[in-house]
Design a protein around this ligand. Structure first.
Ligand SMILES: Cc1cc2nc3c(=O)[nH]c(=O)nc-3n(C[C@H](O)[C@H](O)[C@H](O)COP(=O)(O)O)c2cc1C
Ligand SMILES: O=C(O)C(=O)c1ccccc1
Length: 395
């Protein structure tokens, strides 16, 4: 991890001057800088199946993005912003920047180096990574590529309790420092593009690295996955989704790990209160990037009520629609301690592997650092609702 003083110029002015200086030699950034152009180029580059898999429900995704426009930053002038502090701490875990990479499964359909390329870029930038259960590279292989970079493990709670315990054990052993249980995907929703393409990557054996390498999973099979992949995939399909999972079962996980547990996919303030009652350690407000409940409330619109219900008893993280530095500033001002970056790093991966992810992160962190500075803030802790105006209420 980089120390904070060194990281400031490389995030903000450093990146800006690097680009302008390279311009003197006639060199332009190799990837589009605007997230909209980046998305367009990545989608054009990918197969119809892969780009369809990245999609979500259009109306809900647009609502996620629009919600950021309900809030405006009201910049403050003549404050000393020459030294900026982007680091934060969550449950005593130090994060160099208030940003983690969101768990995104099956990255082998995006780029052959998949999560390993992402992990190397995360390592280069000091950005923590949350690894999906449905990753194309295993918990251990990704940990190795991350070196000392902080990492969390996202758990899809399968129907096999011993398998869940095994995943968590492996994550602990490989140096992951928190468990994220995703609640909004106990079933896969009706995904129009995937249905149209008749495409589900798992049926092709993509995204199953953690399962195929797991001793408990392997024990449940008559033959190893290498010998009979079709039977292994069938067993995965049998167990990986668990629509009967309920609040009372969370105690099982608590008994099997001493790591902090975050619940991802909370939108309703009553569910936020239940998270506290269930003895969990943190919340990730998210609508899964508009991929699960079509017509769901925009995640950012759901954030203030969750923040108010939690009343500072737990840390709150946020994702679904983070595209620019100003989006991060707004989510933090509304009470999130950090945000998760989703699709944008996948677009970078699609276009240029590790270097693509790194460039996306460099640009986003430079944007965040400079947005913070020109808004009059030198530290994240100065942000609160008085930094923003709600354009619908005028307050
Ligand atoms: C292709 C794809 C795969 C995803 N896979 C997972 C996953 O395995 N586990 C999980 O918790 N969330 C998963 N998510 C959701 C992300 O963690 C995150 O909530 C979402 O991407 C945020 O929305 P945004 O990308 O529009 O910002 C996935 C999202 C996408 C786009
Ligand atoms: O596609 C997704 O959104 C997702 O979260 C998922 C679900 C199951 C396996 C892999 C990814």
């Amino acid at each position: 991890m980089k120390d904070d003083q060194k990281s400031i110029p490389s995030y903000g002015l450093g990146r800006q001057m690097q680009v302008y200086t390279q311009g003197l030699q006639g060199q332009l950034p190799s990837l589009p800088v605007s997230p909209e152009a980046l998305e367009q180029q990545a989608i054009a580059h990918l197969s119809q199946q892969a780009s369809g898999y990245l999609a979500g429900m259009d109306d809900t995704m647009q609502a996620n993005l629009r919600a950021f426009q309900h809030w405006s930053i009201l910049p403050r002038m003549l404050r000393d912003v020459s030294q900026r502090q982007l680091s934060t701490s969550i449950l005593g875990m130090k994060l160099p920047v208030p940003l983690l990479l969101a768990p995104i499964g099956v990255q082998s359909i995006i780029h052959p180096e998949a999560e390993v390329a992402v992990a190397r870029a995360a390592h280069a930038m000091g950005v923590p990574m949350i690894l999906s259960t449905a990753s194309s590279r295993s918990i251990e292989v990704v940990a190795q590529a991350l070196g000392e970079t902080p990492r969390w493990f996202q758990l899809y709670w399968s129907k096999n309790p011993e398998l869940n315990a095994s995943f968590v054990r492996r994550a602990e052993q490989a140096g992951y420092s928190a468990i994220v249980v995703t609640l909004d995907t106990r079933l896969l929703s009706w995904r129009e593009q995937d249905i149209q393409n008749a495409y589900l990557p798992f049926l092709l054996g993509e995204g199953l690295a953690n399962y195929f390498s797991d001793p408990v999973f392997r024990q449940a099979l008559a033959q190893p996955p290498e010998e009979n992949p079709a039977a292994a995939i069938r067993y995965f399909i049998d167990i990986f989704l668990n629509p009967s999972l309920t609040w009372d079962q969370l105690s099982f996980l608590r008994q099997h790990t001493s790591l902090p547990i975050f619940l991802k996919g909370i939108l309703h303030p009553d569910d936020a209160r239940q998270t506290i009652d269930a003895g969990m350690d943190g919340i990730i407000v998210s609508n899964h990037g508009g991929r699960q409940v079509g017509g769901s409330r925009a995640a950012l619109d759901a954030l203030p009520a969750v923040v108010s219900a939690v009343n500072a008893q737990l840390p709150i993280l946020f994702d679904s629609g983070i595209r620019r530095g100003s989006d991060i500033l707004k989510a933090l001002a509304l009470g999130a301690q950090a945000v998760l970056l989703g699709r944008p790093y996948i677009w970078g991966l699609a276009l240029d592997g590790e270097a693509g992810v790194q460039q996306v992160l460099q640009n986003l962190l430079a944007d965040l650092d400079l947005t913070l500075a020109v808004s009059g803030y030198s530290s994240l802790s100065e942000l609160d609702t008085s930094s923003l105006v709600n354009e619908q209420t005028g307050r």
